[in-house]
Design a protein around this ligand. Structure first.
Ligand code: BES
Ligand code: MN
Ligand code: MN
Length: 510
């Protein structure tokens, strides 16, 4: 099942090349009290890698509607694993039909997997959230190995495959932590509740309602929520995260002719939808990253002196950004500007055009109907509904100026809230101690430019603190080709998760 690096003899593997030395983050084991647990995590490493390999093999792409049965299959795989590990009250929660726009009628949303480990009223209860769906991936995109066959690179000590870092690796990490406790004979210090969804990469559709419904049901008594679905800022220093941007995803459709046309016969005599659409798309943002839609900047919370100071102490540089993109395409040179534009200012990205010719070769077609896809990362205090109105008004205005006989409309596909919290609470303190025990350093406190739509919902509905405890590194290539998770981060991450549960259990407040 696992493809291993061929031709690397075990003798060669023992030779530490400078490359390996540079990549490996040393994990320290300062706390004798976690010795049993940490030793067991080390000992179970092959089994944990095997489990991740099995999970990665299921192409659970939530954004590809034709792959929905695979997403469901992965939910059942998790149920099977959870029940073998002794989790109880395992429930698959169905969320009904996927709302439009969809290309498959009556498409069911993938189920949410709920389960518990322990139900002791004298212990605190921690809810761990993860998503088992993944981004699309295919070998043709430029992967070095099959994206849905996990490849263990013995030389670089990493696991490559879609979902290794986002988010299948961290999600299975929680299962592994429970297994390690059991096999080490160490009692789990908290009750654990799992909430694993299969629609995160497509806007967590249906999950808000489920959480509202279960706040006083399945989730009653939850003291803290821990999400391990983000990454260190760079490659060496661990972080804890207290903020995320939101995201509003839009689709602008331009349609005219009843069917695709031959450009030799109709070129020059009909209004072309793709020509109109590119005008609309190019009016949204400029090449310096400035959003050209009026009224958005006014909604952004002003930068205070106190906040400005926070950026100075973060361990990050332009080089880190360039290393992560494998290029020199940054829009800003200064660390502070890069971080602020990633974390606290909105951005608008163009993602693609559905319906337009996109294969190799030269096809002389006029597409009849095209959908332009773009999204805006949102930040405090942007209001989602107001933003949508501004976007629609802008697109309608630009299209009207074209004087085209085609039809143009813009719709919101999904929106997910931003989240910013105060990191000075028992959960963050416990996670900082756990990080120090495993990695020997105090973590940086960071925000993120990406989005996990459900974070704010957990905080509001369960009325408790949410902690983002990342496992992977900034160069893991989430959503990109050759997504990977370093084995040292996998192992270190699980130790951190385990130690976090113990420190949190010991803390006086919630
Ligand atoms: N794990 C990411 C969230 C993330 C991204 C955290 C970057 C930190 C840095 C998550 O799986 C994700 O990709 N979310 C989507 C949400 C969207 C589809 C609603 C995103 O941010 O694009
Ligand atoms: Mn994720
Ligand atoms: Mn993702």
């Amino acid at each position: 099942m696992l493809t291993r690096a061929l031709g690397v003899s075990s003798c060669l593997r023992r030779i530490a090349t400078p490359n390996i030395v540079k990549r490996t983050v040393m994990t320290t084991n300062l706390q004798p009290k976690f010795e049993k647990l940490f030793d067991r995590i080390d000992a179970l490493k092959p089994a944990f890698i095997e489990r991740l390999g099995q999970a990665v093999e299921i192409p659970a792409v939530s954004g590809d509607e034709t792959l929905r049965p695979q997403v469901v299959k992965k939910a059942h795989f998790l149920v099977d694993q959870l029940s073998k590990l002794g989790f109880t009250d395992i429930q698959l929660k169905h969320l009904g039909k996927q709302p439009p726009p969809t290309s498959i009628p009556d498409l069911q949303l993938p189920p949410v997997v709920l389960s518990r480990f322990g139900n002791d009223p004298s212990k605190k209860t921690v809810l761990v959230y993860g998503h088992y769906d993944v981004q699309p991936a295919s070998l043709e995109d430029g992967w070095d190995t099959e994206p849905f066959k996990m490849y263990v690179d013995e030389k670089l000590q990493l696991m490559r495959g879609r979902g290794t870092t986002d988010d299948t690796g961290p999600l299975t990490g929680w299962l592994n932590v429970v297994q390690a406790h059991k096999e080490a004979g160490v009692e789990l210090p908290v009750n654990l509740v799992t909430c694993f969804e299969g629609m995160e990469e497509s806007g967590s559709l249906g999950l808000d309602d489920l959480i509202a419904r279960e706040a006083q049901g399945y989730f009653k008594g939850v003291d803290a929520v821990c999400i391990s679905d983000n990454y260190w800022l760079g490659t060496k220093k661990p972080v804890l995260t207290y903020g995320l941007r939101g995201v509003n995803y839009y689709q602008t459709t331009v349609e005219g002719p009843a069917a695709d046309l031959h450009s030799g016969i109709f070129g020059g005599v009909v209004a072309e939808p793709l020509v109109d659409l590119t005008q609309v798309l190019s009016s949204l943002v400029d090449s310096k990253g400035k959003i050209l839609i009026d009224g958005i900047d006014e909604m952004v919370a002003p930068l205070t002196e106190k906040e400005k100071k926070l950026y100075e102490n973060i361990d990050f540089s332009l080089d880190d950004l360039n290393a992560a993109t494998g290029s020199q395409t940054a829009l800003y040179n200064k660390k502070e500007d890069i971080l602020m534009h990633r974390w606290r200012y909105p951005s608008l990205s163009l993602h693609g055009v559905e319906g337009a010719f996109s294969s190799a070769g030269a096809k002389t077609v006029i597409p009849a109907k095209v959908h332009g896809k773009f999204s805006i990362r949102t930040v405090p205090d942007i209001d989602s509904d107001k933003l949508t109105k501004l976007v629609q008004d802008h697109c309608n205005k630009v299209f009207a100026k074209l004087g085209s006989p085609n039809k143009c409309s813009t719709e919101l596909v999904h929106d997910g809230n931003y989240w910013v919290s105060d990191p000075h609470n028992a959960s963050f303190t416990a996670a900082a101690k756990a990080t120090k025990d495993v990695y020997g350093v105090e973590p940086d406190l960071t925000r993120e430019g990406g989005s996990i739509p459900i974070t704010l919902t957990f905080q509001d509905q369960l009325k408790c603190n949410v902690l983002l405890l990342p496992m992977g590194r900034g160069d893991d290539g989430a959503h990109s080709i050759n997504e990977k998770l370093d084995i040292s981060n996998f192992v270190g991450g699980m130790k951190m998760m385990g130690a976090y549960l113990h420190y949190y259990a010991e803390s006086k407040e919630n």
